[in-house]
Every structure is written in structure tokens, then in C-alpha cells.
Design a protein around this ligand. Structure first.
Ligand code: ADP
Ligand code: MG
Length: 213
């Protein structure tokens, strides 16, 4: 199937299945896949009703060079999107930390293949995304940075990152120490892994044809 793999976009996605799950708010925070297992209810999301109505959001964007501090200072790498993507997000999309599904597609912008099956891509992987002004660093520019919860052997700058943004974990916070920020990021990773097991997240992952098989 020929597909425009490198087109840049942010778009809302909905379907009957998601619409029905939307009416059951608990499907966003807990999994019912194994009812015998005790449910951890300490992880609750921080979503406004307006935000809930626009999720999930599908994004495809080229990964650009960021501030170069991710690995050095924090020990956690974050792939940055271009300003075009950041500014193109819907108005009701709040800043904060989000849990997402991610897929790296090894194609450069403008480099679409006739046969998309020939293009290398990863599996669909769990991810945490931060969008905002990064108060700890007094950033002046809004950024969208994603940590994919996976060990990569090589960098993937200039390639496409497909993201299905499923829900919001928390808002932005100003941390008093670098260690407090690092601890919070690792907690976000754990929360994201748990939230991605919910019925809502699993439906987001398998609905539509956003991700390449
Ligand atoms: P930069 O400031 O340029 O974003 P980082 O130190 O944050 O630098 O590293 C981000 C880059 O690392 C990404 O663009 C990607 O190419 C690569 N990378 C490798 N593994 C990961 C990962 N698990 N999650 C995000 N990016 C990763
Ligand atoms: Mg980064």
C-alpha cells in the first residue's frame, strides 16, 4: 500500500469504540483485562473535560535536534518535534505530561516510498511526552519532547515519530532540584506503563490505520 509516510500533521481521532469507552471514565485509568488482579487506583489522570473530548490525538512529525540536555543532565533521552508541530496542536491541548503509543518510521521528510512496506519501522512502543515551557529551565519556547520506553541502538534524528497521545498524567511543575525532576520523570514512566494497560489505551493502539503494521 502506498502511503504518505512523511506528511506532518496533528489530527484528532474518534471511532465508535472510543466514543463508547469515553462514556466510561474508569476505562481511562484502570485495566479490566484481568479482573482478578488488584487495581492500583493511586494513579489517576489529570485531564479537563475539554481535553478528554479531543483525545486521542495522532501526530506525525520529523524529529529535530533539541537542547541537547536530555541524556547529559537527566539521563533520559527525549525526541523533539519541530515548531510547526508544536504550534499546530489543538487549542484545548494543555501543557503537561502525557502517555502515548509511539512508532519510529525511518523515512526522512519528503522521502515517501511507493511501497511503504519497504520502509523500516519499529513496533508500537509505550512513551511519555512532555509539552510545555519547561519551567525548570526557564524556556522561552514551547516544546514537545517524547521519551520512548525502549532501548535503541542508534539515534533517529530526521526520521518520523508517530504518536498516538492517549491521556494526560499531570500538569507541569517547577522542581526545586534536578534530582526531584529526575525522580518525577521516572515516576511518569511507571505511570505511563500502567495507564497504557487500560481499555482506553489498548483501544487507541489498535483503532484505525494510523500505525504502520
Ligand atoms: P536532543 O536535545 O537533541 O533532543 P537528547 O539527549 O534528548 O537530545 O536525545 C534525543 C535523541 O535521542 C532523539 O532525537 C533520538 O534520536 C535519540 N533517542 C535514542 N533513544 C531514545 C529514546 N528511548 N527516546 C527518545 N529518543 C531517543
Ligand atoms: Mg531532547
Amino acid at each position: 500500500m502506498a502511503k504518505n509516510l512523511t506528511k506532518q500533521f496533528c489530527q484528532l481521532y474518534n471511532s465508535k469504540t472510543l466514543e463508547n469507552l469515553r462514556k466510561l471514565p474508569e476505562s481511562r485509568v484502570r485495566s479490566t483485562s484481568n479482573p482478578a488482579q488488584p487495581v492500583d487506583i493511586t494513579t489517576s489522570t489529570d485531564e479537563s473535560e475539554k481535553l478528554q473530548n479531543i483525545l486521542p490525538i495522532q501526530v506525525n512529525g520529523t524529529v529535530i535536534h533539541g537542547f541537547g540536555r536530555g541524556s547529559k543532565e537527566l539521563g533520559i533521552r527525549t525526541a523533539n518535534y519541530s515548531e510547526q508541530i508544536v504550534n499546530g496542536m489543538p487549542g484545548d491541548f494543555q501543557t503537561g505530561i502525557y502517555y502515548c503509543w509511539a512508532q519510529v518510521v525511518y523515512a526522512k521528510e519528503g522521502e515517501d516510498q511507493q511501497n511503504s512496506a519497504d520502509v523500516r519501522r519499529t513496533q508500537i512502543l509505550p512513551a511519555v511526552m512532555s509539552v510545555g515551557w519547561n519551567p525548570y529551565y526557564n524556556n522561552e519556547k514551547k516544546s514537545m519532547e517524547t521519551h520512548v520506553i525502549h532501548k535503541f541502538e542508534e539515534d533517529w534524528y530526521d526520521y518520523q515519530l508517530r504518536l498516538m497521545i492517549c491521556g494526560r498524567i499531570r500538569g507541569e511543575t517547577n522542581f526545586t532540584s534536578l534530582q526531584a525532576l529526575i525522580d518525577a520523570i521516572w515516576q511518569d514512566v511507571e505511570d505511563a506503563k500502567m495507564l497504557l494497560e487500560s481499555d482506553w489505551s489498548l483501544a487507541c493502539k489498535s483503532e484505525g490505520d494510523f500505525f504502520l503494521e
